[in-house]
Write a protein that binds this ligand. Structure first.
Ligand SMILES: Nc1ncnc2c1ncn2[C@@H]1O[C@H](COP(=O)(O)OP(=O)(O)O)[C@@H](O)[C@H]1O
Ligand SMILES: [Mg+2]
Length: 239
């Protein structure tokens, strides 16, 4: 079915986007450092395994696998037990030695039998390519090969500073991604905000676009608690 959904299982999130990400879609999560992108990716994979019987592949260009698994453990997500039976595969890659990500994915995704893929982050991967033309070409081919492989993917994108809440003029440099192509290629763009002021209203998530979906438009507050990410009801933002 064309509009089949892949639920993230993240409390409160799926209903913002019509029940989940579109099946086989590419979803861009953009935000500053510490805004919750990696935790979202981990939670997406963990729920995939435990609630929806879908295997996952996590490709990290940033944090070490050890560190990611330690973050996950605090939320009670024991990935190690699922690594043993290949329900999840973690790969740490250095952006300077991995130049053909497309070929690597074509090999690793079927090997991992992954239905859910997280690439964290596309910004660090692209940083290693030295010219914008190559970057855009690689990202373009990468996304089209991800779609062909038949996995639902998350690409994280590190924004310098804070993702803008006022989107009327685009991002601060007219874009929500570093190279200005990711957001056009992606089927959905979600921004993570972290005002850095502390308190429960500090974090918000915003759905900028989802193809073929009538989605919630404004920023919606969320928290990172002892069970990971929990998105509040939309109404909370007005209280
Ligand atoms: N166990 C936890 N409880 C509450 N908040 C946490 C916990 N672990 C991490 N965080 C918060 O999550 C942030 C890191 O989230 P992360 O997903 O790694 O960010 P990003 O990938 O966007 O840089 C930390 O800065 C911290 O504020
Ligand atoms: Mg991260």
């Amino acid at each position: 079915m064309r509009n089949e959904r892949v639920p993230t299982g993240i409390p409160g999130f799926d209903k913002l986007i019509g029940g989940g990400f579109l099946k086989n879609s590419i979803n861009l999560l953009a935000g500053g450092t510490g805004s919750g992108k990696s935790i979202f990716g981990l939670q997406f994979l963990y729920n995939g395994i435990t609630k929806y019987n879908e295997s996952g592949l996590y490709i990290s260009f940033e944090e070490s696998i050890e560190s990611l698994k330690q973050d996950a453990e605090i939320f009670g997500w024991d990935f190690e037990k699922f690594e043993k039976n290949k329900k999840v595969t973690f790969l740490y890659l250095t952006p300077y030695t991995t130049t053909d990500l497309q070929a690597l994915l074509a090999e690793e995704i079927p090997k991992a039998k992954a239905k859910r893929v997280v690439i964290d982050s596309i910004s660090v991967f692209a940083m290693a390519l030295n010219d914008l033309y190559r970057i855009r070409k690689q990202i373009y081919f990468l996304t089209s090969s991800l779609q062909k492989i038949g996995a639902t993917s998350i690409l994280t994108s590190e924004i310098v500073g804070e993702a803008p809440i006022d989107i009327s003029g685009g991002g601060r440099d007219g874009s929500f991604s570093r190279y200005g192509v990711e957001e056009f290629i992606a089927d959905s763009v979600v921004t993570f905000h972290n005002a850095g002021l502390g308190g429960s209203g500090d974090r918000a998530v915003r759905i900028l676009k989802v193809r073929r979906t009538d989605h919630i438009k404004g920023p919606v507050p969320f928290e990172i608690g002892n069970q990971g990410i929990k998105v509040f009801q939309k109404e909370r933002s007005y209280k």
